[in-house]
Structure formats: structure tokens, C-alpha cells
Design a protein around this ligand. Structure first.
Ligand SMILES: NC(=O)c1ccc[n+]([C@@H]2O[C@H](COP(=O)([O-])OP(=O)(O)OC[C@H]3O[C@@H](n4cnc5c(N)ncnc54)[C@H](OP(=O)(O)O)[C@@H]3O)[C@@H](O)[C@H]2O)c1
Length: 373
């Protein structure tokens, strides 16, 4: 239930408000009585849901400085969330310039657990730079929320699990390669706490995770229990993942984004998402018990009646599988070269980077530690 507004509450701008974390964040802030301006690309059902919950809708282009300036007028705090899309640094520069001009008091930025200076992923290096830029104003405080691989990523292949009993991702060995996946709502809860109480959270960096490390086989088993059928993990090649991302909805990733997701899968196989996970940030900062993966899948299954087994749906899944096989793979090097991506002579994955290892050492709230293969 939405609480009555208290006029003295600061107004909060949520960018990417129709996205995975922006939507639950907007709902959570409204529930706590905070006025929220929700930055959306267009007026659609998601924007209507945000408006019905009490958000003020700002429709615009969040890569456009003039729009961002208008969106920040009369706002005191903001959530900085670059879409998973090209030009992240441009978004971050636009956001930072507008935030500086609007003299915001506090920003919560959604970064990445992988964030490092020399990372092979351009998107990740842009996140790293964006984090430095937003912290340069002495008058504006910042909290960084740096999650790893979202639980939501696994749900991209839920149709295949529901109708063919296969959990297909290039995550390496089914027993050893682990992640503690956070739900979108739990990530949002940490951001909400930091936006509401800058006094406590300014200058801090958090890493929301799910409650436990799970292997791909355990992820498949949890999907199976939620779907009421046996689901088997299939370690597919990177080439196959790229074909699947290109062939099937709901993925709306550009070729450029796909090239970066392939690098994140490599980090997954290297064990970087398992380092120092799980943390207690969702519980201690977000104030809630982190949602376990099976519950996250159950929620999605409940919202999607089309995941129920039926012969026509199974045939559609077989057709989709054939479509993936027939889709042309992408030459990722060519994709990056064609876009004139800035590329480093000696890029380094996280666990090969001394600065990343030093800055990602266990903290008070981390439950486990150590280099993970
Ligand atoms: N997924 C992961 O595992 C993971 C892990 C760590 C960090 N992250 C970080 O998470 C961030 C993405 O957060 P998210 O998943 O919450 O966001 P998201 O779901 O990608 O949402 C982005 C939103 O921005 C909107 N948008 C795109 N271009 C726009 C434009 N020009 N003007 C206005 N709106 C625009 C999109 O609209 P449409 O929906 O209409 O396209 C979408 O609603 C990235 O910065 C990524 O680095 C992700």
C-alpha cells in the first residue's frame, strides 16, 4: 500500500525506471512515502503501472542532456542506472553533468561486481569510469551498488526449461561454477535504503547477492522444482549462446551488448561471480531476507501461464531450438572492430587484476572468501 506523502521528503529521480531494477526500486520508494520521478523511454504498460503506483512519469531520452537536465529539475537524489546497451559512458557523462548542475545531494549508482579499469568488456570499463566521474563532485555523496550476475539472467532461458527440460547456458562445469544470484527486488532494496538514508550509506559500496552459492546443476534443479518437471543443465558453447540471444525474444540485446555478455560468461566460467559470495548486504542494508533462486523462478512461473506444459508449446520450443541452430553466429571480434570500440592491448579479467582482488577482498558482511577457479 502506498503511504501518504510527506511534503518534506526529498524527490528522487529513477533512471531506467521501466527496467529490471528501476521498476521495483520505484515501487519500494513510493511505498516508503518518497516522491519519485520515473524516467522512461515511452508511455507503455510498465509506465502506466509506475504512474498507478504514484510515480510522476518523465518520458524522454536518457542519453540526451537536455532531457536529463529537465528530469533533474526539482530533484534532490537520483538512481543512476545505465541500460545494458552501447554508449554507457555517454549515459554516465550525461547523468553526471546534469546531476552536478542540479546540485543533487545524493546519487546511488548501479555498477558491476566485475567493474575494473582494464577489463576486456568495454561496457564494464565504462561502468568503472562512470563510477569515478560521479564521485568527482565534492558536494554530492554517492553510494555504489555493484551486483554480480542477476538471477533474472537465467530466466531468459526459462521457456526452454519449461518445454524441453533443458537449462542451456555456457557456464562451464555443472557442479563447480557457482553464483549467488540476487533478485531484481533485492538489488532494488539495497538501492532504496541508500537513497533514503544517505547519512548512513554515503561513500559505501554494496554487493547484493542471493542467499547461497548455486552451481548450474543446482540452478537447473531449482528451475525443475518451480516448473514441476525435470530440468537438466546443458553446458553450451559461447557460439550457441550468441545464436540463442540473437534468435529468440524476449532478448532485445544489440549485437554490441551480446559481444559483452559473452565476456561475462567467460568471467562466470572463471569463477569471478563466486568470489566472496554470498554477502549479507540485502539483509543488513536492504532490510529483507534475500530471496532464494527457486522462489524467484516460482514467481515468474506464476506470472506466465504460457510456461505450462502442452503439446503445441512443446512443438513451438522445438521450432525455437531449430531456429537457434539455423541462426548465423556472430564474429564478436568483428562486431567490436566494426563499431570502432576502444580496445586495450592487454585487457585483464578480474582475478588477474591485482587492484580488483585488493578492492574486492572480503568485507564485514561477506560470508566466504578466496580466489575461485
Ligand atoms: N544483468 C546483470 O547480470 C547485471 C549484473 C551487474 C550489473 N548490471 C548492470 O545493470 C544495469 C542495467 O540495469 P537494469 O537491468 O535494471 O536495466 P534494464 O532492465 O537494462 O533497463 C534499462 C531501461 O532503460 C530504458 N532505456 C533504454 N534506452 C533508453 C533511452 N534512450 N531513454 C530512456 N530510457 C531508455 C529501457 O527501455 P526499454 O525497456 O523500453 O528498452 C529499459 O527500460 C547495467 O548498467 C549493467 O551494467 C547488470
Amino acid at each position: 500500500m502506498v503511504k501518504a506523502r510527506i511534503p518534506t521528503f526529498p524527490k528522487i529521480l529513477v533512471t531506467s525506471a521501466a527496467g529490471k531494477t528501476g521498476m521495483p526500486l520505484t515501487f519500494q520508494l513510493l511505498e516508503q512515502g518518497y516522491p519519485v520521478r520515473a524516467f522512461v523511454r515511452r508511455r507503455d504498460a510498465r509506465a502506466d503501472a509506475l504512474a498507478n503506483a504514484g510515480a510522476e512519469i518523465f518520458e524522454g531520452d536518457q542519453y540526451c542532456l537536455s532531457d536529463m537536465r529537465r528530469a533533474m529539475t526539482g530533484v534532490q537524489r537520483a538512481y543512476q542506472c545505465a541500460p545494458t546497451a552501447p554508449n554507457g559512458l555517454h549515459f554516465n557523462a550525461v547523468f553526471t553533468a546534469a546531476a552536478f548542475e542540479a546540485e543533487l545531494e545524493h546519487v546511488v549508482t548501479l555498477g558491476q561486481w566485475l567493474s575494473s579499469a582494464d577489463h576486456p568488456s568495454l561496457f564494464t570499463r565504462e561502468v568503472y569510469l562512470g563510477d569515478i566521474l560521479i564521485r568527482m563532485s565534492p558536494k554530492m555523496s554517492v553510494t555504489s551498488v555493484n551486483p554480480g550476475w542477476f538471477a533474472d539472467n537465467y530466466l531468459m532461458v526459462l521457456d526452454m526449461a519449461a518445454h524441453l527440460g533443458l537449462f542451456t547456458m555456457p557456464l562451464g562445469d555443472g557442479d563447480t561454477k557457482k553464483n549467488a544470484p540476487p533478485s531484481n527486488d533485492d538489488i532494488a532494496s539495497v538501492a532504496a535504503a541508500a537513497l533514503i538514508d544517505p547519512g548512513t550509506h554515503a561513500g559505501k559500496t554494496y554487493r547484493p547477492t542471493g542467499p547461497e552459492l548455486l552451481s548450474p546443476n543446482e540452478i537447473a534443479a531449482a528451475m525443475g522444482r518451480a516448473l514441476g518437471r525435470k530440468v537438466k543443465y546443458m553446458d553450451i558453447s559461447e557460439k550457441m549462446m550468441i545464436k540463442a540471444l540473437r534468435a529468440l525474444p524476449p532478448s532485445n540485446y544489440s549485437e554490441a551488448a551480446v559481444s559483452q555478455l559473452a565476456i561475462y560468461a567467460e568471467e562466470y566460467r572463471r569463477g569471478s561471480f563466486a568470489v566472496n559470495a554470498p554477502t549479507r548486504d540485502v539483509e543488513l542494508v536492504g532490510g529483507r531476507t534475500p530471496e532464494d533462486f527457486e522462489s524467484i523462478v516460482r514467481r515468474r512461473v506464476a506470472a506466465r501461464p504460457d510456461l505450462r506444459a502442452s503439446l503445441p508449446r512443446q512443438l513451438c520450443a522445438v521450432r525455437d531450438f531449430a531456429k537457434i541452430l539455423l541462426t548465423q553466429p556472430l564474429d564478436l571480434n568483428k562486431v567490436q572492430a566494426e563499431r570502432d570500440y576502444v580496445r586495450l592491448r592487454e585487457p585483464r579479467f578480474c582475478q588477474d587484476t591485482p587492484e580488483w582482488l585488493r578492492t574486492h577482498a572480503p568485507r564485514g558482511t561477506a560470508l566466504q572468501s578466496g580466489r575461485v577457479a
